[in-house]
Design a protein around this ligand. Structure first.
Ligand code: F6P
Length: 520
């Protein structure tokens, strides 16, 4: 089984889509008028998810051509290759198997072992039987990590805030000293536990922050007490040991887990501490259910595939460069930054799987924030601006605190906005051109019964599989991130100049001037 590599622009489906693009595009409202069954035709109910794609410009012809594109690029083979452990991350020669971390139908023994280690550890911390160096129980847990070693756990811990126990969970990510110092303010070294999370254990930000925090801790306790307050999650066991972490406190992960897909591994330890292991497992089970849906459902009824295809239509044929994600719950306030790494680090590529420079659009720009706040911020541009911005509206039928009046108002906005984006001010007689809303602006609505660990797991996996599907169609390697690696190397050069106070040769004039300015 190999990972297919098909240039999408060479397929007959791409040609067909280009022809369809050249036709005059029907307006959304006309599509509804022409087809009374449209809402049902382009909506899917799967478990507790109702996904309505009818307010997009999909037509039968476009949909068929997009499905044909998926066939022609051999999406089916690509999915099989990924799930069977083929090294589809070819530029790093690695498999991509984060789905194995949540595969309770057929769990790898090493995964089960780490999950059991996480269970024992998190239960000890939550119950208070894990003691700090003066015999007190833990009150605060600090996750030290960046990128995938931060964004996923931080997002989930925030999203499931209502399921949390008494532990205070903090996240330190930025190399900025002010961030570290602010995070340490108010923490008690007797009752704080630090989880150093770094897949590579070479990341500058994480190691520097961990060293600073270690020094802070040693101002209050002896070196031999470190084991009671520092644990680590990494694939790089020798480096973790060198840092002085007790081997019993190391949670391993594997090179087949990409950083931005790692919250399902021991990187999720802070989540297990925050909500308890059983609830953490529910998150994994939700994601596993989405994995099964993705691998077992026809593309026509497949949620991640459908969302991916719609996105391809807008991105590659209708000139949309970005997509908005608008969750209608404050609990998902960190979803967009999380998705930005997952999607943009994965699909921001300009060379195809044959090593050739690409001459079509790839990765979408993802942005957004929670509704209704977003309505009072950037929605003006979505309603009346000049750009096409397809948006995903994510809402929950039930709120967490039974605030019916608020929930009704929230949902009224949630539904009214997608309606307004579609209809605009059509049919209204207005006294001013400035009040005209053209409408015809596309949205997907993802309506979920309730925000829970299980449904959150499904939602995250939905976007994971969507981005994978798009990467397959664009014929790019979604699972490397050489662009970020370059930044890491460049920063080393500028750091040695800043530390030495001299500007070395080889910098461009702007960079050299900035380095000199910094030293003034
Ligand atoms: O940001 C680039 C990156 O390599 C991400 O892919 C990763 O999530 C992050 O750095 C952190 O890496 P590590 O877990 O190895 O410290």
């Amino acid at each position: 089984m190999s990972f297919p590599s098909v240039n999408p622009t060479g397929t007959s489906a791409w040609k067909r889509l280009s022809e369809l693009r050249a036709n005059e595009q029907p307006r959304l409202q006309d599509l509804f008028k022409a087809d009374p069954e449209r809402a049902a035709r382009y909506s899917m109910q799967w478990e507790d998810f109702y996904v309505d794609c009818s307010k997009t410009h999909l037509t039968q012809e476009i949909h068929e051509a997009l499905l044909a594109l998926a066939e022609e690029v051999k999406l089916d083979d690509a999915i099989k290759a990924q799930f069977s452990g083929v090294h589809i991350n070819q530029t790093e020669d690695r498999a991509v198997m984060h789905m194995a971390l949540r595969n309770f139908s057929d769990m790898k023994p090493e995964v089960a072992e780490v999950l059991s280690q996480m269970k024992t550890f998190s239960e000890a911390v939550i119950s208070g039987s894990w003691k700090g160096h003066t015999g007190k129980s833990i009150t605060d847990v600090v996750n030290i990590g960046i990128g995938g070693s931060d964004l996923g756990p931080d997002m989930v811990v925030e999203a499931l805030r209502n399921q949390r126990n008494h532990l205070n969970i903090h996240f330190v990510s930025n190399v900025e000293g002010d961030h570290v110092v602010e995070s340490l303010k108010g923490l008690d070294p007797e009752t704080t536990l630090f989880i150093i999370v770094s897949k590579s254990f070479t990341t500058q930000e994480t190691l520097m922050n961990a060293q600073t925090i270690r020094k802070w801790f040693l101002q209050h306790a002896a070196e031999d007490q470190i084991a009671k307050h520092f644990v680590a999650v990494s694939t790089n066991i020798p480096a973790v040991k060198d840092f002085g972490i007790d081997p019993n406190n190391i949670f391993t992960m594997w090179d087949w887990v990409g950083g931005r897909f790692s919250l399902w591994s021991a990187v999720g330890l802070s989540i297990a501490c925050a909500i308890g292991y059983d609830q953490y497992e529910e998150l994994l089970r939700g994601a596993h259910a989405m994995d099964q849906h993705f691998t077992q459902t026809s593309f026509e009824q497949n949620l991640p595939v459908t969302l991916a295809l719609i996105s391809i239509w807008y991105n590659n044929f209708l000139g949309a460069e970005s997509e908005a994600v608008i969750p209608y719950t404050q609990y998902l306030t960190k979803l967009v930054p999380y998705l930005q790494q997952a999607i943009m680090e994965s699909n921001g590529k300009g060379v195809d799987r044959n090593g050739d420079v690409i001459n079509y659009q790839t990765g979408t720009i993802v942005w957004g924030s929670t509704g209704t706040n977003a309505q009072h911020a950037f929605f003006q541009l979505i309603h009346q601006g000049t750009k096409v911005i397809p948006a995903d509206f994510i809402g929950f039928k039930k709120d967490q605190h039974n605030q019916k009046a608020h929930q009704d108002a929230l949902m009224a906005n949630f539904i009214a906005q997608t309606q307004a984006l579609m209809t605009g001010t059509d049919g209204q007689s207005l006294d001013s051109p400035f009040k005209v809303f053209t409408g015809d602006r596309p949205t997907n609505t993802i309506l979920i019964d309730e925000l829970s660990p299980n449904s959150l797991g499904k939602l995250i996996a939905l976007y994971e599989h969507k981005l994978f599907t798009q990467g397959v169609i664009w014929n790019i390697f979604s699972y490397d991130q050489w662009g970020v690696q370059l930044g890491k190397v460049l920063a080393k050069n500028t750091l040695s100049d800043i530390e030495s106070g001299s500007v070395s040769a080889g910098h461009d004039a702007s960079t050299a001037a900035l380095l000199r300015k910094l030293g003034e």
